[in-house]
Write a new protein. Structure first.
Length: 233
């Protein structure tokens, strides 16, 4: 049973969504502000968190920033329907996905399941020798899917689930272009629609993390109007 944290200052959302998630077989912990959630997470991390952005005491952006200092746990943001700035900023800060309010609870459940499946696929409990689980080395880059481990020039780089999958997809075939649609297929289930801006935001966040390790990192190339490709050094 996966443990989900739901953080929102709207008690109606906490009550209704937690009932839906529990009916779907999840264990749910609810918090009505970011500080309460952080205090609990410091003791034990959930497997996934759903965060509202605008909350008292500590908002969702601040909470996400603190979480990303210690965990790559999947995070879904709940955003206002007209607040595109929050969506983009949240993705650049390291959120894996977002759902706009008012939202379909069925959609939220599907997004949660998709992220957990991707997390399981990366950190799988069962070790095997299948091609997708082998350590991949591309120049200065090393990726270990079974341990969700990435190094660049021997230094560890902490990536979210989505960032890991996107980098893996690009690095598997250096020099070959991946369109945004192809990257969407890698990062999201068929039933989950995201737009180009979402993929672009994840790529920007991925580049930033790599450049924090090596300020000369330029292995991910943008081909405007086409997509992205990984250039092996």
């Amino acid at each position: 049973m996966s443990k989900i944290a739901l953080v929102d200052d709207d008690r109606n959302i906490l009550t209704s969504v937690s009932m839906t998630l529990e009916a779907e077989g999840f264990e749910v912990e609810t918090y009505n502000d970011g500080q309460s959630a952080l205090d609990a997470f410091n003791k034990k991390m959930p497997e996934l968190a759903v965060l509202d952005i605008k909350m008292p005491r500590m908002d969702g952006m601040d909470l996400l920033q603190r979480l990303r200092q210690k965990t790559s746990m999947p995070v879904i943001f709940l955003t206002s329907k007209d607040d595109e700035i929050d969506e983009v900023l949240g993705l650049r800060m390291g959120a894996d996905d977002y759902v706009k309010k008012p939202f379909s609870q069925r959609l939220l459940v599907e997004r949660i399941r998709a992220l957990l499946r991707r997390q399981d696929a990366i950190s799988g409990d069962v070790l095997d020798d299948s091609e997708e689980n082998k350590v991949m080395v591309r120049g200065q880059l090393s990726m270990d899917p079974l341990r969700h481990a990435v190094t660049w020039k021997g230094q560890d780089v902490s990536l979210t689930v989505t960032e890991f999958l996107l980098l893996q997809a690009l690095a598997q075939r250096p020099g070959f272009v991946k369109s945004r649609d192809q990257l969407m297929d890698v990062a999201y289930d068929d039933q989950v629609y995201v737009d180009d801006r979402t993929i672009d935001s994840h790529i920007k966040r991925l580049r930033k993390k790599m450049r924090n390790t090596d300020d000369e990192f330029n292995a991910i190339e943008t081909l405007y109007g086409i997509g992205y490709r990984y250039n092996e050094e």
